[in-house]
Write a protein that binds this ligand. Structure first.
Ligand code: HEC
Ligand code: HEC
Length: 393
């Protein structure tokens, strides 16, 4: 059902279109020097990411952002960390033309190049009934991406009634996620919206160490042309203005340094984390939240110190690793072991601030009481069930 409403009318994938899209997704000939394909930065066997902090395109050039997964991207309300593209079709057209990613000079140049490849000339005819166009190329790639559904993690088995699917630590982690750790204020999940994302934009203080946001925003206002997707793409991936996030799209002051809340599905295998890949492990991520993020004038009001103890941090991390699709189970185990190996190297940790012994304070959320409540009923999944019951009455 969710899948059906997220496919635009006329963009329903057919098997032939999906196959063509998959081939294009993996084809380096879509780049100017035949070295980079979509899968260079979104490797299917790695959970459709590249495992790097910042992605690398043609001629070894780095972009200023981390590659998000394509798994479940079909459900995103907007695409990119700043939401600058509305659909998968719009999204797919940009990296091919971005000078640091695939570097093709224009849509016409792409069309000319692909038309000259005999197998594509034939396949586009067969699938679309006409010669290659840039729109059709994007449409085929998007059709392939819409087959990349991911919804079978151990968490799903658990939430659908198998209490044994999660171990004790993971269950405590899920309870903390919805309680003391307050993750659900932005990463809530429920039956109608199972991505662990509110699809909104928040400044959680990731770029704050490095930036004078106010000055940067003032400078950006002088250069941003409204409504120009391609200009925003280049500013976002190639310049210091990248850190302004959603502001580049809306020019609204309250969007300075805000980025889209990403899905947490498969997060165990899609590190490094955040729009700039600056956090290496999920322990670093929780350390960042535990101290209330990094203060800056635009920090989201939902960011507060959490007061999580070390065992509680371990529990939240354990829970996050239970959100990985079963098809990546083995890779997930490897990643967990690798991240655990770095557990004593924790640049983001500031226990004194997190526990309220120093720095900015606020009330802590209470610890969830697992004796009283079945953890499967915690959080919005539980609330959803009571909503549905209310509806039936
Ligand atoms: C050089 C590496 C690179 C290449 C090549 C590349 N991407 Fe990406 N992709 C990224 C990065 C980095 C982002 C995030 C950029 C941003 O948000 O500003 C991204 C974002 C996306 C998103 C948005 C996901 C989300 O959650 O918002 C999708 C979908 C996507 N890419 C698909 C593709 C497709 C399809 C292609 C080929 C046509 C492609 N990418 C080529 C690195 C790359
Ligand atoms: C105020 C809203 C908010 C709260 C509360 C919040 N997050 Fe986030 N989360 C975000 C946003 C926005 C990002 C992306 C930020 C960026 O890249 O600048 C993010 C990024 C992440 C990432 C990185 C994912 C990736 O693919 O790079 C993880 C993991 C994560 N959050 C887990 C959590 C956990 C666990 C909690 C609770 C301890 C939590 N979040 C609380 C909004 C929030």
């Amino acid at each position: 059902m969710l899948w059906r409403i997220s496919v635009p009318a006329g963009a329903e994938p057919t098997p032939e279109k999906v196959l063509l899209g998959e081939k294009l997704f993996n084809d380096q000939r879509l780049s100017v020097d035949d070295t980079v394909s979509c899968s260079t930065c979104h490797e299917p066997r790695k959970g459709f990411v590249d495992g790097k902090a910042l992605s690398t395109g043609i001629k070894g050039q780095q972009v200023t952002r981390n590659s998000p997964t394509v798994l479940n991207a079909m459900f995103n309300a907007t695409q990119f960390w700043d939401g600058r593209a509305g659909t998968l079709e719009d999204q797919a057209k940009l990296p091919i033309l971005n000078p640091r990613e695939m570097g093709m000079p224009s849509p016409e140049a792409v069309v000319t190049k692909v038309r000259a490849i005999p197998e594509y000339a034939a396949e586009f005819k067969q699938v679309f009934g006409r010669e290659v166009t840039y729109d059709d190329l994007a449409s085929a790639i998007a059709a392939f991406e819409r087959t990349q559904f991911s919804g079978s993690a151990r968490f799903d088995t658990f939430i659908h009634g198998d209490a044994k699917a999660l171990n004790a630590s993971e269950k405590r982690g899920w309870a903390l996620f919805n309680g003391k750790a307050r993750c659900n204020t932005c990463h809530a999940a429920n039956i109608a919206s199972p991505l662990f994302s509110d699809q909104k934009f928040h400044n959680i203080g990731i770029a704050a160490h490095k930036q004078n946001f106010v000055e940067l925003a003032r400078e950006a206002l002088k250069v941003v042309r409204t409504g120009d997707e391609q200009q925003i793409d280049e500013l976002a991936l190639e310049t210091k203005f990248s850190e302004l996030g959603r502001f580049l799209v809306t020019k609204q002051e309250n969007d300075v340094g805000t980025f889209k809340t990403p899905t947490l599905r498969n997060v165990g295998i899609t590190g490094p984390y955040m729009h700039d890949g600056s956090l290496t492990t999920l322990w670093d991520v929780i350390d960042h939240y535990n101290k209330g993020g990094v203060p800056n004038p635009y920090l989201d009001g939902g960011m507060q110190r959490l007061g999580l103890t070390e065992p509680e941090i371990d529990d939240v991390v354990a829970f996050l690793f239970a959100l990985t699709d079963e098809r990546f189970a083995q890779f997930n185990q490897q990643e967990l072991a690798r991240q655990r190996g770095r557990k004593n190297n924790r640049p983001e940790r500031d226990t004194a601030v997190a526990l309220g012994k120093k720095g900015h304070l606020g009330d802590l959320a209470p610890n969830p009481d697992l004796e009283q409540k079945n953890p499967a009923e915690l959080g919005v999944y539980g609330a959803e069930t009571s909503l549905q019951t209310a509806e039936k009455k």
